[in-house]
Design a protein around this ligand. Structure first.
Ligand code: GLC
Ligand code: CA
Length: 547
């Protein structure tokens, strides 16, 4: 009998994803706001960087009170970004360059300006009343936490028009849809088909845990939510094989991994538990936080994958740490209260790390070598700064710096027309922190990152291999071995500011010769004694072990 052919590795396992804010990327029509045509003109940059997939923040029509996560029409695009035809051109242009495009699927809520909600407000007689979650008292579902804790005081808001309260897990102007209503589920499945039919390659699914509510529960991760995700996945598998579902579920490991199901829910999920601990380990100069959380993450189904990230368009959330750890993180990473928002820190990568190039490289190197698919947030590849004086999370969504021309090359509009100012403070000024500058400078962060991504691509083991930690006595050093088929990659990171000696027990690898793959340098073979290395402060080695 013929042997069943080995399943092909899904594309997302070896990909690099780039998150971008269309409004902030490139203005194509001089109105001071980024758009599809601007983005199309920058696709070659992304290909050159080594990106495989772009994730677009919401592009739907929206009053923009939550930057497009408050949707008024799931079937359109915001006119400031272009037309549906322009969006099709973007897909066409991206696909022509081998780039995938994923969009946002905001299932949990709509804008209060959505036609459904405007109808629903008329009261129980309205055909859309049951599209939302209503109550005559704000006392229901008391066990649900408030997510935007700095901005909202309750998950219920009173509706003057019908005298009832409506449920919302985020802003008061984002009423939650009622998933008990089969019509809501049908509508959202229609939305999914619409975009995938158009050629979109999948979705980052927003705010997944909150779809269903239940009295006496936290109203998160309920079984009904999983059942609906399974239904969506089965449609994807049947009708759109290859399309990606990526979960935003900011949950502790045990709840988070359930979103992979048995390989029948999400293909990918963001590794929220790991993210803050990368920053913690660096600050504490101790491998403990990283090792402990990675060991707490149960094994995930073969076809599934972690999305690995350092920063994104939101505040760096610190929900998944203890209260003490959070106080510590605030103290060391956000001394100025202006930098804090809800339970998080609203800063970009470079400012968080004190603009220390070695620290930025180190965290990226860990991110790119741990099992998973890296997700880069636009601008962080050149070490862009932020503007903590812009409200909410806007400080990390300012225009991309392309060059040192007017408006950093982002737009030809008058500077005062830009949707947000470019960064002009002395350290992060766009005159020096910009793509063109970094391209011309051989030793820039951009070129370092590009080289690393290129090398990573040549070792598919990084996206797919198994992970095993090795524990040296020197706890300032993080060591792990990635293995895939007969490839063995040994990764060593110095989490401290000073040079460190480290003896690594590699008895089982005796006779192998480590080749440092970033610099292509041959090291002495592994012998009887523990392997001695002396990495510089924040230094690291990525070895390919050759027999
Ligand atoms: C997600 C998004 C965030 C948005 C929220 C409400 O957490 O990442 O930006 O505000 O959902 O839609
Ligand atoms: Ca524009």
């Amino acid at each position: 009998m013929e042997e069943k052919s080995k399943q092909e590795t899904p594309w997302y396992k070896n990909a690099v994803i780039y998150e971008l804010y269309v409004r902030g990327f490139q203005d194509g029509n001089k109105d001071g706001r980024g758009d599809f045509w601007g983005l199309i003109s920058r696709l070659d940059y992304l290909v050159d960087l080594g990106v495989d997939c772009i994730w677009l923040m919401p592009i739907y029509p929206s009053p923009g009170k939550d930057d497009g996560y408050d949707i008024t029409d799931y079937y359109g695009v915001s006119p400031e970004y272009g037309t549906i035809e322009d969006f099709r051109s973007l897909l066409y242009q991206a696909h022509g360059r081998g780039l995938k495009v994923i969009g946002e699927l905001v299932l949990n809520h709509t804008s209060d300006q959505h036609r459904w909600f405007r109808e629903a407000k008329k009261g129980p007689g309205s055909a859309y009343f049951d599209f939302y979650v209503w109550s005559d008292t704000p006392e229901k579902y008391k066990d649900a936490r408030i997510i935007f804790s700095d901005l909202e005081t309750s998950n219920w808001t009173y509706c003057k028009e019908n005298g009832l309260y409506y449920w919302h897990r985020f802003f008061y102007h984002q009423p939650d849809l009622n998933y008990e209503n089969p019509k809501v589920r049908e509508e959202m499945i229609r939305v999914i088909r619409y975009w995938l039919d158009m050629g979109l390659d999948g979705f980052r699914v927003d705010a997944v845990p909150y779809l269903y509510e239940g009295e006496g529960t936290s109203c998160e991760n309920l079984p009904e939510t999983h059942a609906f995700i399974k239904e969506i996945r089965s449609i994807i598998d049947r009708e759109y094989p290859g399309a990606l579902l990526l979960a935003e579920a900011n949950q502790w490991p045990e709840d988070l991994v359930r979103y992979f199901g048995e390989g029948d829910e999400f293909h990918m999920a963001f590794n929220f538990p790991l993210m803050p601990r990368l920053f913690m380990a660096l600050r504490q100069e101790h491998h403990g936080p990283i090792v402990d959380i990675m060991k707490r993450l149960p094994k995930i189904p073969e076809s599934c994958q972690w999305a690995m990230f350092l920063r994104n368009h939101d505040e760096m959330t610190l929900e998944l740490v203890t209260d003490e750890e959070r106080d510590y993180m605030f103290h060391v990473y956000a001394e100025d209260k202006q930098m804090r928002l809800n339970k998080g820190i609203r800063r970009r990568l470079a400012p968080l790390l004190g603009n220390d190039r070695k620290k930025i490289e180190l965290l990226n190197a860990i991110l790119f070598t741990l099992p998973g698919t890296p997700v880069i947030y636009y601008g962080d590849e050149i070490g862009m700064g932020d503007n903590i004086f812009l409200g909410d999370r806007n400080g990390v969504r300012t225009p991309m710096h392309w060059n040192d021309n007017k408006n950093a090359g982002f737009s030809e509009a008058q500077p005062s027309r830009l949707y947000a100012p470019v960064i002009t403070d002395p350290v992060y000024n766009f005159n020096s922190i910009n793509v063109e500058e970094d391209k011309n400078n051989k030793s820039s962060l951009l070129n370092w990152l590009k080289h690393f991504l290129f090398i990573r691509k040549t070792f598919p083991a990084f996206g797919r291999g198994s992970l095993n930690f090795i524990y040296p006595d020197n706890k300032k050093i993080l060591v792990y071995l990635i293995e895939h088929e007969d490839v063995k990659l040994l990764c060593v990171f110095n989490l401290s500011a000073s040079s460190q000696p480290v003896e690594i027990n590699l008895q089982s690898l005796r006779g192998y010769t480590p080749i440092e793959i970033i610099g292509a340098t041959i090291f002495p073979a592994i012998g009887e004694l523990p392997y001695l290395l002396t990495p510089n402060g924040y230094g690291y080695y990525i070895f390919n072990l050759m027999e």
